[in-house]
Design a protein around this ligand. Structure first.
Ligand code: UDP
Length: 489
């Protein structure tokens, strides 16, 4: 960076696990490239953040979470503690009340803030960044493919003439791909979407459109076509700096004796293990869990299934029946460590983007079973675009709906032992190497990150207005005439 002073990045994650985890990795990466980093969070969210960063000089500052907000239960500071998604709009809206305390602390920050990287859901931080005369980058935790397809849907409305949620349509620049409105989450898949969630997203995306860029947890080699498309057609520039999970602290031995012993034993027996997990947000019904359990049981495949504790009786009997080749772990596990275990050869996943990145980084192919958010689009990407996974389909023929045990059994067998499984496994190994190279010295993600740090350090010359990071990378050229359109839903 020559004579430039190291910049100070202020990172403000959204209060949900899936959004916080990747930016903690990002903070480690920035820190490892000699940038100063401060994370802003709330008292209820800070203990795991501090623990995760304890071996670094990254500072963690707590701002009080707004109190007495209608619709937000007292003491709730993270979305996974919300009683239901109905509380999400008031929860996310309440974060705006943190702006004053955020700015008060920023006033006294030393060295002064050079750049704000904040969650896409915290669009109000753009005003703060502007007040302090520093760039703001948004982070959404989504891949380029998904972000781009959502943007095309809202701007070009290719679904406008569909008569049902399952009628296929294409995006004009990607005619080879078929989508249905059911691939997108309600209410964004409505033909005339409205309501508090839509208003919220419009506001956040408008702030993003005039921000300095989007930090993307992906790597250019995986999503080149979609990152280029986004940068040429939409913007602000997407900076692919992932897979961020590869900035995890040096690997420690698995510390949970139940699953460590199980995975080691299966590896020694030459029995490939399917890892099964559906993330922290999706609510899977008891009936659906039972169907998945039956499918796993009938497949005869060895598996490690991590579940939110729910005390269901059928699960106890199921665990007893399958105990020689499958275990169910209730509660938090170190997913990344599991995926990197040599015995794990497949991942039955909800396709949350962090899980996708973690699986690709470990070279493990995915059996996609999406539930909510942008998971259906990620599933299409894995199964139909990247060739990194197979897909479990509901029996209705729609992409949403109840999945039968026979379908689980058939696809699990195919992934773990079939011809198609072998194909996606080969692809997964190729992408694992590409992911690892992206984060090596000279790799695409590291160069993008270094360029970001340099640009921020030179901010007086570079950041002359919203939307232009002025960055240039091989194949990631930034077109300053890009159409910085206001998003519409
Ligand atoms: N995770 C974990 N252990 C668990 C459950 C989740 O380590 O028991 C991590 C997982 O590795 C990933 C994140 O939590 O980094 C989940 O994010 P993702 O985007 O996959 O799904 P979400 O939870 O947001 O639906």
């Amino acid at each position: 960076m020559g004579s430039l002073t190291s910049p100070h990045f202020v990172i403000f994650p959204f209060m949900s696990q899936g959004h916080t985890i990747p930016v903690l990795y990002l903070s480690r990466l920035l820190h490892s490239r000699s940038a100063a980093v401060t994370i802003f969070t709330t008292p209820g969210n800070s203990p795991p953040i501090r623990a995760f960063l304890q071996d670094t000089d990254v500072s963690v500052i707590e701002l009080p979470f707004p109190q007495n907000v209608e619709g937000v239960p007292p003491g709730v500071e993270n979305t996974h503690k919300l009683p239901s998604m109905a509380s999400f709009p008031p929860f996310v809206e309440s974060t705006k009340l943190m702006q004053k305390s955020f700015e008060q602390v920023l006033e006294s920050l030393s060295p002064p803030v050079s750049c704000v990287i904040s969650d896409g859901f915290l669009g109000w931080t753009l005003n703060t960044a502007k007040k302090f005369g520093v760039p703001r980058f948004a982070f959404y935790g989504m891949g380029n493919f998904s972000f781009t397809m959502h943007s095309i849907l809202s701007r070009e409305r290719p679904h406008a003439s569909t008569k049902s949620l399952d009628e296929p349509f294409s995006m004009s620049d990607f005619p080879e791909l078929k989508f249905t409105r059911n691939d997108f989450e309600s209410p964004y898949n409505d033909i005339e979407p409205s309501g508090p969630l839509v208003e919220f997203m419009v506001e956040q995306l408008a702030a993003t459109a005039i921000s300095d860029g989007i930090i993307v947890n992906s790597f250019y080699e995986l999503e080149q076509r979609y990152a280029d498309y986004w940068n040429n057609k939409f913007g602000p520039k997407a900076l692919c700096v992932g897979p961020l999970c590869m900035a995890a602290p040096p690997s420690q031995a698995l510390d949970n004796p139940i699953y460590t012993e199980f995975l080691d034993r299966k590896l020694a027996e030459g029995e490939p293990v399917l890892y099964v997990a559906f993330g922290s947000q999706a609510e899977v019904s008891a009936e659906q869990l039972q169907e998945i359990a039956e499918g796993l049981e009938q497949s005869q495949v060895s598996f490690l299934w991590t579940l939110k504790p729910n005390g269901s009786e059928f699960l106890q009997k199921f665990e007893e029946r399958v105990k020689s080749r499958g275990i169910v772990v209730k509660g938090w596990v170190d997913q990344q460590q599991i995926l990197r275990h040599d015995g794990v050869k497949g991942f039955l996943s909800h396709c949350g983007w962090n899980s996708v990145m973690e699986s690709i980084s470990a070279g493990v192919p995915i059996l996609a079973m999406p539930f909510i958010a942008e998971q259906h689009i990620n599933a299409r990407f894995l199964a139909e675009v990247a060739g990194l996974g197979l897909r479990i389909m509901p029996r209705s023929g729609s992409v949403r709906g109840f999945v039968a045990a026979e379908e689980v059994e058939r696809k699990v067998r195919e992934l773990m032992g079939g011809e198609k499984g072998a194909e996606v496994r080969k692809k997964a190994a190729e992408y694992r190497d590409a992911a690892s190279n992206a984060l090596k010295e000279g790799g695409s993600s590291i160069r993008t990150l270094d360029m970001l740090i340099e640009d921020v350090a030179r901010k007086g010359q570079t950041f002359s207005g919203g939307g232009s990071a002025g960055c240039c990378l091989d194949g990631q050229d930034f077109d300053s005439d890009h159409k910085n359109q206001r998003p519409q839903f």
